[in-house]
Design a protein around this ligand. Structure first.
Ligand SMILES: CC(C)(COP(=O)(O)OP(=O)(O)OC[C@H]1O[C@@H](n2cnc3c(N)ncnc32)[C@H](O)[C@@H]1OP(=O)(O)O)[C@@H](O)C(=O)NCCC(=O)NCCS
Length: 197
């Protein structure tokens, strides 16, 4: 960084601090939500709510909930406990760079009737302001070994036929197209893909 002063030009060495990591995909990790994430999580939730209200970033989340209760509820869901009606046991992980939540991924451990036709094993989302930077593809990529560790050997991924970003995320991760079906709930056409783990 070069800074001009009244006395001439000084070269200011770059400091390796948090702000330099903000947009670096190498620093993107996925991990469980924890109690320190409340502000970052609310920012991500609000961004989705304001820009894409139809897509559920955080299942069963209300900002009026006690955040630690929500974190514990997610932990119970991962153990298959206290699941809402029609929910499969699932692991909910946030995609994080530093303290910022960039996106999330939800991995369903088993497929029920709906999931095996329409929903698939995995749902992912990236906050609207951070799209088209490779984060969606990397979040799914990081989720693959997690799914394998949950005992899943063939991962079903589905996406709307009119969602080019999601199609690419799946294909970037080696998804093999199986077929196109109609979602009888939304009446949308869904693409179904498989990834061998
Ligand atoms: C789908 C989604 C996760 C993609 O996230 P992302 O961070 O933009 O994904 P990436 O940056 O990895 O993009 C992957 C590819 O898709 C392309 N892409 C992304 N959005 C696109 C769009 N709206 N139109 C066309 N191409 C798009 C990117 O350019 C990139 O192309 P490349 O691989 O040739 O470079 C994001 O748009 C999203 O959260 N959408 C809402 C939720 C959703 O639909 N989730 C998926 C269903 S579960």
């Amino acid at each position: 960084m070069i800074k001009q002063s009244a006395h001439g030009i000084f070269i200011i060495p770059m400091r390796h601090d948090d702000s330099m990591q903000l947009n670096s995909i190498e620093n993107l990790i996925i991990r469980p939500l924890n109690v320190d994430d409340e502000n970052a999580f609310n920012l991500a939730v609000s961004e989705f709510k304001n820009n894409e209200p139809g897509w559920e970033f955080a299942f069963k989340y209300e900002q009026t909930l006690i955040f630690s209760d929500y974190v514990q509820m997610l932990e119970r869901w991962a153990l298959g406990r206290d699941l809402p009606d029609k929910f499969a046991p699932n692991t909910f992980l946030v995609g994080v760079i530093g303290k910022r939540i960039i996106g999330r991924v939800s991995i369903r451990h088993v497929l029920n009737d709906y999931l095996s036709s329409v929903g698939g094993h995995v749902g992912y989302g990236v906050i609207p302001s951070e799209r088209r930077k490779g984060y969606g593809s990397k979040i799914l990529n990081l989720a693959l070994p997690v799914a394998a560790s949950l005992g899943i050997s063939r991962l079903l991924l589905t996406c709307d036929d009119d969602n080019p970003g999601s199609i690419k995320v799946i294909e970037n991760n080696g998804g093999v197209f199986e077929n196109l079906i109609q979602d009888t709930n939304s009446m949308k056409m869904k693409r179904r893909y498989w990834i061998e783990l």
